[in-house]
Design a protein around this ligand. Structure first.
Ligand code: DOR
Ligand code: ZN
Ligand code: ZN
Length: 394
């Protein structure tokens, strides 16, 4: 089998460090086979899966059960987050070396994991291995009351000042005090990025993520998409989005927050409809397109979707195209143009907020550890061919 790659771009497989593959407990929305197939078709060869499953991944037992469940299904490589609770300090200590990071919800989101008291937050910050990141969902409770815990806008409440950023400020202050590394999930505003920059200047080990949802959609799209555009944190204004692009230098990773919900879930009345949108399959296409229009360079993309996540999460053998790294490789036709449609979405949810988006740059072949796993629309990888990532010592 010879591939004529004379006109193709060679990119390292992307690492999506923020996916919700819903296994166990939410497999009507996604499971590890459908989620990793969607990843593969999107040029994502490694995923880090979030702990807000049912049951939540917050005990050793739940983690082992999850590993056993997903290993026979995965078609790309994968790692896990462990979820922090008010009381699971000992469980966290036992599991730390088996996971990419600890996820701490300082603002409530989908699922039941939420830690808002100072004392457990401080204990997690001071005991989790300092060089392994704690990833925080740092949306303020205050703004969640306005948007509702599921993101619904309650217009009887005064709109909170977005500049409050109480959860983020607390996280940064405690990270400074404890000298630990911290990664801020889905930043969406200029103020957050300024606070992160300020903290870095004081020596705080803080990195941060932005999602393609917030880079490519705004509250105008939320109007158009209705429930399908509902997400935590919510889609923001054009000026907030402009700030994300303007402050791109401050942003370390682009993670999708791939959070699929079925049409049935989304078609409920607004208040009941769950928050979240799929994204793992459209990450690379959107960024290839942004690169082709000169909005960002491919080098800047690879840094945020490969090298930085590999370094921040200590992923052994993962990273940009270098000696000693796994041969996770994507071949892209930079000239081919097409439109994203719901039809090719492999996520169980079967829809994407980016349907109708015109893309220049098409993923043609994907190799996972040297094996051709995806070829022009066909998934060749067999379930179970994906492997658990290993971690560099924290
Ligand atoms: O909108 C969201 N949905 N935000 C989150 O943080 C979680 C996610 C989900 O799991 O559905
Ligand atoms: Zn979150
Ligand atoms: Zn998330």
């Amino acid at each position: 089998h010879v591939i004529d790659a004379s006109k193709l771009l060679v990119l390292p497989g992307f690492i999506d460090s923020h996916v919700h593959f819903r296994e166990p407990g939410g497999t009507q929305k996604e499971d590890f086979l459908s989620g990793t197939r969607a990843a593969l078709a999107g040029g994502v060869t490694t995923v880090l899966d979030m702990p807000n499953t049912q049951p939540t991944t917050d005990t050793q037992e739940h983690l082992s059960a999850k590993i056993a469940l997903v290993a026979p299904k995965a078609v790309v490589d994968y790692g896990f987050y462990f979820g922090a609770t008010d009381t699971n300090i000992d469980e966290v200590a036992q599991a730390a070396h088996k996971v990419a990071a600890l996820k701490l919800y300082m603002g409530s989101s989908t699922g039941s994991l939420l830690v808002t008291e100072f004392s457990p937050i401080y204990r997690h910050f001071s005991t989790f291995p300092l060089r392994k990141p704690i990833v925080v969902h740092a949306e303020d409770e205050q703004s969640l009351h306005y948007f509702g815990t599921q993101g619904s806008q309650d217009h009887n409440q005064a709109r909170p000042p977005i500049s409050a950023q109480i959860a983020l400020s607390r996280a940064l202050a405690i990270a400074e005090k404890t000298g630990r590394s911290l990664h801020i999930a889905h930043t969406t505003t200029q103020r957050e990025l300024e606070l992160i920059q300020e903290a870095r200047q004081k020596g705080v080990h803080v990195t941060c993520e932005v999602t393609p949802l917030h880079l490519f959609l705004t509250e105008a799209d939320q109007q158009r998409l209705g429930n399908y555009g509902k997400v935590n944190p919510p889609l923001r204004s054009q000026s907030d989005q402009d700030a994300l692009w303007h402050y791109l230098d401050v942003i370390d990773t682009i993670g999708t927050d791939h959070a699929p919900h079925t049409r049935q879930d989304k078609d409920q009345p607004y208040a009941q409809a769950p928050s979240g949108m799929p994204g793992v399959q459209t990450l690379m296409p959107l960024l290839l397109n942004a690169a082709s229009s000169g909005r960002i360079t491919l080098e800047e993309v690879v840094k945020r979707c490969v090298s930085n996540p590999a370094r921040i999460f200590g992923l052994k053998n993962k990273g940009a195209l270098e000696a000693g790294k796994d041969a996770d490789i994507v071949l892209v036709d930079p000239e081919q143009e097409y439109e994203i449609t719901d039809r090719e979405i492999l996520s169980k949810c079967g829809w994407t907020p980016f349907a109708g988006t015109h893309i220049k740059g098409k993923i043609e072949h994907v190799f996972v550890r040297g094996t051709l796993a995806y070829h022009k629309g066909a998934i060749l990888a067999t379930p179970g061919s994906g492997r658990a990532v290993q971690y560099v010592d924290a």
